[in-house]
Design a protein around this ligand. Sequence first.
Ligand SMILES: [Zn+2]
Ligand SMILES: [Zn+2]
Length: 165
Amino acid sequence: MEPSKEEVKARTDRFAQALRDSGTRLTHQRVVIFQEVAKTGEHPDADTVFRRVRKRMPSISLDTVYRTLWMLNDMGLISTLGPQRGRVRFDGNASPHHHFVCTDCGFVGDFYYEEFDGLEVPAEVDRMGDVATTHVQFRGLCSRCWPRDGKGRMSQGNEGRKPHE
Ligand SMILES: [Zn+2]
Ligand SMILES: [Zn+2]
């Protein structure tokens, strides 16, 4: 689930280039914050990014982390996933991809599936507004949360696998 070293490097290069192109200063702080999102497949929320960045930069404030994350979001370098458990999550993967979301623990996994990349926008949605991006989200219980009774997954088959919402 974690991005490869090469992928993290590609993301960081893209980030550095985008900052240069837009005349935004490439500060150490911004690099560290971006990397905390880019190097993980976890889609961390701002608090989590803050806790990790603070280990490397003890004087950094949560406010700075917030502002930087939203700046990176506005630049299209990271994106957000709708509030989950009340917290916006940040996504460091800028390639077209889709998500599996665990409705119990909040786990978010990236997956790639070309057939979902060029989704046709239904006319009804077009009337609601201008669609900038589309992505598919599967929701359910992740393999760690399911099944919860300790019986093996194989013993139950997949029929019982339903999102519990
Ligand atoms: Zn889970
Ligand atoms: Zn993602």
